[in-house]
Design a protein around this ligand. Structure first.
Ligand code: ATP
Ligand code: MG
Length: 306
């Protein structure tokens, strides 16, 4: 008897087959192989080389942030559906016995978990703003920060490019509207050059964040109308729905007002950021140059590993 014709393997399945990503049983939560990590690390270094002369202050935070800062940031207004909170067992021995009984009976044991003071970081720059605000007024020239963090977003998906835990490299500029917009222009050009030098087809498109609910629709429309967010898109999962690999955001005075960040003259600071999705760029490279890193074009390998 002949085998039934098998479906073509999806990109995600081929990544699993090769061991580049490792299944955990949860969509969007994966292990990474050494080869995959070598590309992530090379991209991180490449971004540092491109932005290195700008004198950004590097800060690294763990992938969790203070719940109090998270609450003040406004994230729950815009994106309650994406947030991840850290809960822990805070009960006594009787509560522990109940927890174990639930586990034994295959019943939900999580009701006894209580919120801790930590939430998962939704974007690499979120822990930065309260730290910058606590330093007092910005110097005349404003400030520039270099960040990288694992980020959590509750958006389980079968698209390998939409993970629940992924790394975001960022530069964040704080200062006058002119300073932060000039920074965004600079990185639109640099990001485009970086990605086309890596042999990737791309387009820069206006974009919006996925604000929650009906009020969120208005926020999203406004973000587009004011050209506050651009994405650098590369076809990875499909040609007609390309994937945002870099994003360029002008927050106006949103974070400045939220956190009381002031310019040297006491007016509210404006901020902008450029974000690099390190796994997404890695996946774009694997998609376009193949799953065997050793067979990638020499120019691409030279830029990453040279
Ligand atoms: P999308 O529109 O695809 O959801 P986004 O607008 O939510 O992307 P940003 O919030 O601007 O993305 O995050 C900065 C960068 O982080 C993105 O350009 C992308 O490269 C990466 N990124 C965002 N969400 C994910 C995810 N779920 N998995 C992997 N990378 C992501
Ligand atoms: Mg998103």
């Amino acid at each position: 008897m002949s085998e039934p014709a098998s479906e073509p393997r999806s990109f995600l399945d081929r990544l699993f087959d090769r061991g580049l990503l490792i299944r955990t049983g949860v969509d969007g939560l994966y292990g990474r192989s050494g080869a995959f990590e070598s590309v992530v690390e090379a991209l991180d270094r490449l971004v540092s080389r491109i932005g290195g002369a700008d004198g950004a202050e590097a800060l690294r935070f763990p992938p969790g942030m203070a719940r109090s800062s998270f609450e003040r940031s406004g994230y729950l207004k815009g994106f309650p559906h994406l947030a991840g909170t850290v809960h822990s067992f805070c009960g006594n021995e009787a509560d522990h016995a109940r927890l174990l009984a639930c586990l034994d009976a295959d019943e939900d044991w999580t009701a006894s978990q209580a919120a801790t003071d930590i939430v998962l970081t939704p974007a690499a720059c979120y822990p930065l703003y309260p730290v910058a605000a606590a330093r007092g007024r910005l110097p005349e020239g404003g400030l520039l920060f270099d960040l990288q963090s694992y980020c959590f977003r509750h958006e389980p998906s079968l698209e390998p490019t939409r993970m629940q835990l992924f790394r975001m490299r960022e530069y964040v500029r704080m200062g006058t509207p002119e300073q932060v917009l000039a920074f965004r222009e600079l990185w639109l050009a640099r990001g485009t050059k970086m990605m086309s030098d890596l042999g990737l087809p791309l387009a820069i498109d206006p974009a919006n964040d996925p604000f929650f609910g009906r009020a969120g629709k208005m926020l999203a429309n406004n973000q587009r109308a004011q050209a506050l967010k651009f994405e650098l898109n590369v076809p990875v999962n499909s040609e007609d729905k390309p994937t945002a690999c870099l994003s360029f955001n002008y927050h106006q005075d949103h974070f400045g007002t939220t956190w009381g960040i002031q310019q040297a003259d006491g007016t509210t600071a404006h901020t902008a950021c450029v974000g690099f999705g390190l796994e997404r760029i890695t996946l774009a490279l694997l998609r376009h140059h193949g799953l065997d890193l050793d067979a990638w074009p020499a120019e691409v390998r030279a830029q990453l590993f040279g």
